[in-house]
Design a protein around this ligand. Structure first.
Ligand SMILES: Nc1nc2c(ncn2[C@@H]2O[C@H](COP(=O)(O)OP(=O)(O)OP(=O)(O)O)[C@@H](O)[C@H]2O)c(=O)[nH]1
Ligand SMILES: [Mg+2]
Length: 304
């Protein structure tokens, strides 16, 4: 994205710019994005590595347009080609934005947080969003943590938030807004994202797999949309769930297909809400052994 200086203020009265939401896995980045937008755009689960792509959420009001970019949790431990692709997506996003939102989960500062902070390029303006402050019994309990965070890095601002309680979200928007230059709008005001409907259909299915399957399975799962047709308001969607091990296929299907049925029903209901229309969903399960370490397949499945 082109960077423009404040000198263009005369040309337009909108503060416009981009900001990436980064942090280690599971700290609550996607939950913050969804609250910032007031809609569920990015998938959320208790398991780390839920987000695998950069997800654009466009926030527009009468004085600004902020391009919020949710990113995968940065991996410092796992080393599959899939993880490397996710990390590359975080690094390239960071290099493009005007402002960074670095998320730290209350009340933790982990070694991986510090390593990630050390990777931020010099000169980038960084806001720290403290997430999950609802875990504190009261506001006073968060104050010592803010003091500690303040000593970690030259954050321009520290904003306590709780996506769960929708607290601090308006503050975060105002703090980001104040740092953006005056520019022309990048997107029409009613546009929310840049990805097609079929991308979100696949993400919703993947979210159900992350939420409903045990610990091991989600990391080796991806979803391919085979069929996506809209006729008279009905979306016919056919998707293949790809797993990395033979044993995982049966676990996802379940006895007599019972597990797959639950996954399909929950995904369909979420899609109907997301697309605001009826959905007919068919699911298949296929094995591609160890695809997360096969460069060609990682790319083919859209992770690059
Ligand atoms: N108590 C509490 N839990 C939260 C809050 N925000 C997120 N969570 C929970 O934290 C977990 C991770 O949330 P995500 O939003 O998926 O986190 P993420 O940083 O996007 O995770 P990755 O995409 O895997 O890196 C989920 O179980 C959320 O329900 C919050 O404000 N308060
Ligand atoms: Mg996420």
């Amino acid at each position: 994205m082109q960077k423009v200086s404040d000198q263009d203020e005369a040309a337009t009265s909108f503060r416009v710019g981009s900001t990436a939401i980064v942090g280690r896995p599971n700290v609550g980045k996607s939950s913050i994005l969804n609250r910032l937008l007031g809609m569920k755009l990015s998938i959320v689960s208790k398991k780390a590595q839920t987000t695998r792509h950069r997800i654009l959420g466009v926030y527009s009001d009468d004085e600004s347009q902020i391009l919020f970019l949710d990113t995968p949790g940065f991996q410092l431990r796992h080393t599959s080609l899939l993880n490397s692709a996710m990390n590359r997506s975080v690094s390239s996003t960071i290099s493009e934005v005007d402002v960074l939102i670095f998320v730290l989960e209350y009340p933790l500062v982990e070694h991986d947080d510090l390593k990630l902070l050390a990777m931020i390029p010099d000169g980038l303006r960084v806001i720290c969003a403290i997430s999950k402050t609802d875990k504190a019994r009261n506001t006073n309990e968060v104050l010592p943590f803010i003091t500690k965070v303040n000593e970690l890095y030259a954050f321009e601002d520290i904003v306590p938030t709780s996506a769960m309680k929708s607290e601090g979200i308006g503050n975060l928007i105002n703090v980001v807004k104040g740092k953006l230059p005056f520019r022309d709008l990048v997107y029409p005001e009613d546009e929310i994202t840049d990805r097609p409907e079929r991308f979100f259909a696949a993400e919703i299915i993947r979210e159900k797999l992350f939420q409903l399957m045990g610990e091991e399975i989600p990391y080796g799962v991806t979803v391919e949309i085979e069929e996506f047709e809209i006729k008279e308001g009905l979306r016919r969607i056919g998707a293949t769930i790809i797993v990395s091990k033979n044993a995982h296929k049966g676990m996802i299907i379940g006895a007599g297909g019972s597990k797959l049925k639950v996954i399909g029903t929950k995904a369909r209901l979420d899609m109907e809400r997301f697309f605001d229309g009826k959905v007919f969903l068919r699911l298949w399960v296929k094995v591609k052994k160890g695809w997360m370490d096969d460069g060609q397949l990682v790319k083919q499945f859209g992770y690059d």
